[in-house]
Design a protein around this ligand. Sequence first.
Ligand code: NAD
Ligand code: UFG
Length: 337
Amino acid sequence: MNVLVTGGTGYIGSHTCIQLIQQGYSPVVVDNLCNSKKVVLDRIEQVSGVRPIFIQGDIRDDAFLKSVFDEYTIDSVIHFAGLKAVGESVEKPLKYYDNNVSGTLRLVQTMEAANVKSLIFSSSATVYGDPASVPIKENFPTSATNPYGRSKLMVEECLRDFQHANPDWSITLLRYFNPVGAHTSGLLGEDPRGTPNNLLPFVAQVAVGRRQKLGIFGNDYPTPDGTGVRDYIHVVDLADGHLAALEKMAHQPGTHIFNLGTGQGKSVLDMVYAFERVAERPIPYEFKPRRAGDVAECYADPTYAEAILGWKAKRGLNSMVEDTWRWQSNNPDGYGD
Ligand code: NAD
Ligand code: UFG
């Protein structure tokens, strides 16, 4: 069964391709390579034994997208393609609305024309804004604190309206918490361009000697050790969540919303200490002021996903950190040039 995977050479998309192949699906990858590299396809093949079909192009290019649906019989779409740098989205909001919102609308229009009615969308816990309490359930109020988050919220709302008007469609909105980790093979992982915005890639680059020191944004939050608390989830667990959504929801009409998290909150210092243990070296750090827009605590109540999808995150903090370290130490410069 062909599954169109937009953004399939990216961090989460590439891990999902491997799980898809291992479950007998045929991923058809579309990516414009604006934030990923072609060598990822070699790595997917090395791990899974199958090279996914790859068509380089932009989801905002209607003619291109139509040609993909004309050439391949697509059963469902998993839509990862998007931009994700919160800071950049504040500087260049239109770039984010164009890519994330307009790109998704074009994809859905092309799907409609091709009579493909099953979509899984990469949403984010960012749609909960600053939650009134934790753990966060799917029915909590939503809001946005930056253009990236607003682009996710807008897409969620557009898709909900669209599904309401087209009740035979199945649309699944997966709200990821904090994806981390890498494939256990050490062949695939996260390869951010420039200075990493996210905690674990930054810590990994300090450990491998690419950066001198981690800045911890705030040690005066109302949390057990004063640093921010998040729900870090192993990227392979996240990929498995997509498989579960595909199997259980892809042919169930409706708009379905799931949190994909572990339900466990970990602080910045928890992550730093775990990395020091696994990499057997100190991670120098200094406390810095809070980062604008950060919340004190954000973690999921993942029980709905377990009840409906039969999916639960299995990999703990040690696997997340060990796999990140294997990837980073085997590939100090990521996928290279
Ligand atoms: P990523 O940047 O590694 O992957 C996204 C891929 O999409 C890249 O390969 C990029 O080249 C491609 N792409 C971007 N715009 C495109 C376009 N217009 N046409 C074709 N390809 C395009 O990011 P990721 O971490 O794998 O994230 C995947 C999705 O999950 C994104 O939509 C992101 O917003 C969402 N998400 C990520 C996180 C996270 O922390 N990583 C958290 C919540 C949600
Ligand atoms: N942090 C640091 N130093 C750093 C980077 C991060 O102290 O150099 C701290 C942050 O202040 C926060 C925690 O580490 O307390 C996690 O920060 P990340 O940037 O890794 O993750 P966020 O929770 O801020 O954001 C992530 C994704 C967003 C997504 C959001 C909710 O980057 O795209 O989760 O899903 F919207």
